[in-house]
Write a protein that binds this ligand. Structure first.
Ligand SMILES: *Cc1c(COP(=O)(O)O)cnc(C)c1O
Length: 458
C-alpha cells in the first residue's frame, strides 16, 4: 500500500485551550460589540482569526533565541538575518522593521506621494491604508476570475496585464512609483501568482519605467503553488523558485509573522543601494537604527532560522495539506468555499451562504458571529466592514466578495481541530435559513475600521 501523508514534525510543547458553553459565548460576543477582535483569547476554542504571528516556533528557532546578540549597532543577529535574506531572496540590502506594515510605512515614505497611483493585485488592507494615508490611490488589477469563487483557476492572484497597462498608459511614469505584487494574494483568498505572470508584469513595468515591489508575507506558499501547478517548475526546489520570483523585483516588504514563522518581525529587501539609503532615514525615524529596526537580536535570529524552515518543501506540504483538509470537509458538505483552496486559509463565500441577507447588514460579519456562537471558533470578516468607506465620498464600499476567512496558524492545530471547525460551520450551514437579520454599525474609526468597529444586532 502507498504510505499516507503525515506531518513533517512532532510536538514537544503544548498549550491548553478550553471549550465553552453557548450561553457564555452569547454574553461574551455581546460585550465585545459583535466584533471578534474584541474577544479575549480564552473566550475562543479554535482561533482562526489570523495566521499572522500565531504559528509555533521550532526547537531550532527557540535555540536561536538564546544566541541573540542585543548590541545596538552591528549585532551578529543583524548579520545572521542579512545573510539569510540575501541567501533566500537574493536581495543584498535590507532593513529590519517590527512588522509588515512598518515595512510599508518606511518604504512608502521614501516612494509614495500625494496623487500617485499604485496598481497591484488586491492590495492588503494595511498596504492600501498606507497608500491612502498618503492621499495616493491603490488600483486593483487582479484578473476577473479571482472574483468568481466557484471557478477553478490555478493562479487567481494573477495581475491582468491589460488592466495594468491601462494604468501605465493613463498616468505619467512619475505618478506611478511602483506596482505591488502580493504573493500570495491575501485579499482575494490566499491565491497564488504564477511565475509567468510575475515575469510578464515585471517586463511590462520595466518598459514603462515602473518599479516592481513584492508584498511577500506568504512568498514561500506562493512558491509551493508554482511548483505544484506550473509545469515548468515541477522539478525545481522551493528555494530555486523563490530566488527566481524575487529576481523580477526591485524591492520586497515582508511580514515575517507569516512565512518566516515568528511571532513578531518584518523587513524590507532592496536590490539597489540608492533606495535602501533613502528608506534608511525613515527606518531610523520610525523603527530604530538600521541594524535592528524595532526587533530584538533574539527575534532576528529566530527569523533568520524561520526563513529556512518556511522554505522547506515538507513543511509547506504539511501546511497546505492541512488547509486543504479543512477545505475539503466543508466543500464535501456543500458549504460554499472559495475554490481552489488558498495557501493559508479557507475563505467562506458569505453571499452564497446567506443569500437572503442584504449587503447593508454586513453579511460576512453576520456569518463570522454565527460561527463563533456555534463552536467558539474565531474567523474574520473580509467584506464590507474591512473594505472601509470611500476616502472621498465616505460611502460604504461594497466589495465583489463577502468572505469569512478561516486562517490556519502554522504548526499549531491538529486535523482534529480542523474537523471540529468544519462541524461547527456545517451546523450553521444547516440552520442558515433561520439567520434572518445582520448588524448595523454604532461606532467606527476613520481608517482600518474593522479592528475597532462596534456593532449592534438588527
Ligand atoms: C500581514 C500582511 C501585511 C502586514 O503585515 P503585519 O505584519 O501584519 O503588519 C501586509 N501584506 C500582506 C499580504 C499581509 O498578509
Amino acid at each position: 500500500m502507498e504510505l499516507p501523508f503525515a506531518e513533517s514534525y512532532k510536538i514537544k510543547m503544548v498549550e491548553p485551550v478550553q471549550r465553552s458553553h453557548r450561553h457564555e459565548r452569547e454574553q461574551w460576543i455581546k460585550e465585545a460589540h459583535y466584533n471578534l477582535f474584541n474577544l479575549r483569547s480564552n473566550q475562543v476554542f479554535v482561533d482562526l482569526l489570523t495566521d499572522s504571528g500565531t504559528g509555533a516556533m521550532s526547537d531550532r528557532q527557540w535555540s536561536e533565541m538564546m544566541l541573540g546578540d542585543e548590541s545596538y549597532a552591528g549585532a551578529s543577529s543583524y548579520f545572521k538575518m542579512k545573510n539569510a535574506i540575501a541567501d533566500i531572496t537574493g536581495f543584498e540590502f535590507f532593513l529590519p522593521t517590527h512588522q509588515g506594515r512598518a515595512a510599508e510605512n518606511v518604504l512608502f515614505s521614501a516612494m509614495v506621494k500625494e496623487g500617485d497611483m499604485v496598481p497591484g493585485n488586491s492590495h492588503f488592507d494595511t498596504t492600501k491604508g498606507h497608500i491612502e494615508f498618503r492621499k495616493a490611490t491603490a488600483v486593483d488589477c487582479t484578473i476577473d476570475e479571482a472574483f468568481d469563487t466557484t471557478l477553478d483557476h490555478p493562479f487567481k492572484g494573477n495581475i491582468d496585464l491589460e488592466k495594468l497597462e491601462n494604468v501605465y498608459k493613463k498616468y505619467p511614469a512619475e505618478k506611478i512609483p511602483m506596482v505591488i505584487i502580493t504573493i500570495t494574494c491575501n485579499t482575494s483568498g490566499g491565491q497564488p501568482v504564477s511565475m509567468q505572470n510575475i515575469r510578464e508584469v515585471s517586463e511590462l513595468s520595466r518598459r514603462y519605467g515602473v518599479k516592481v515591489v513584492f508584498d511577500s508575507a506568504r512568498f514561500a506558499e506562493n512558491a509551493y503553488f508554482i511548483k505544484i501547478r506550473e509545469v515548468a517548475y515541477a522539478d525545481k526546489s522551493i528555494r530555486e523558485i523563490v530566488r527566481e520570483m524575487f529576481s523580477y523585483g526591485d524591492a520586497m516588504t515582508m511580514s515575517s509573522k507569516k512565512d518566516a514563522i515568528v511571532n513578531m518581525g518584518g523587513f524590507i529587501g532592496f536590490r539597489e543601494e540608492e533606495l535602501f539609503q533613502k528608506a534608511s532615514v525613515f527606518n531610523i525615524m520610525f523603527e530604530g537604527f538600521i541594524t535592528y529596526g524595532g526587533m530584538s537580536g533574539r527575534d532576528m535570529n529566530a527569523l533568520a532560522q524561520g526563513l529556512y524552515e518556511g522554505t522547506e518543501f515538507d513543511y509547506l506540504e504539511t501546511r497546505i495539506s492541512q488547509v486543504g483538509y479543512l477545505g475539503k470537509l466543508l466543500k464535501d458538505a456543500g458549504v460554499p468555499v472559495q475554490f481552489p483552496f488558498g495557501g493559508h486559509a479557507i475563505f467562506v463565500d458569505a453571499k452564497r451562504f446567506l443569500p437572503h441577507l442584504p449587503k447593508e447588514q454586513y453579511i460576512a460579519q453576520s456569518l463570522a458571529v454565527e460561527l463563533y456562537l456555534e463552536g467558539g471558533v474565531r474567523g474574520v470578516e473580509i467584506g464590507t466592514i474591512m473594505a472601509d468607506r470611500d476616502p472621498v465620498t465616505r460611502e460604504n464600499r461594497y466589495p465583489n466578495l463577502e468572505m469569512v476567512r478561516l486562517a490556519i496558524p502554522r504548526r499549531t492545530y491538529t486535523n482534529n481541530h480542523m474537523a471540529y471547525v468544519a462541524a461547527s460551520l456545517i451546523n450553521v450551514w444547516e440552520r442558515r435559513s433561520e439567520i434572518k437579520t445582520g448588524f448595523r454599525i454604532v461606532k467606527e474609526a476613520p481608517i482600518l475600521r474593522h479592528f475597532t468597529v462596534g456593532l449592534e444586532k438588527i
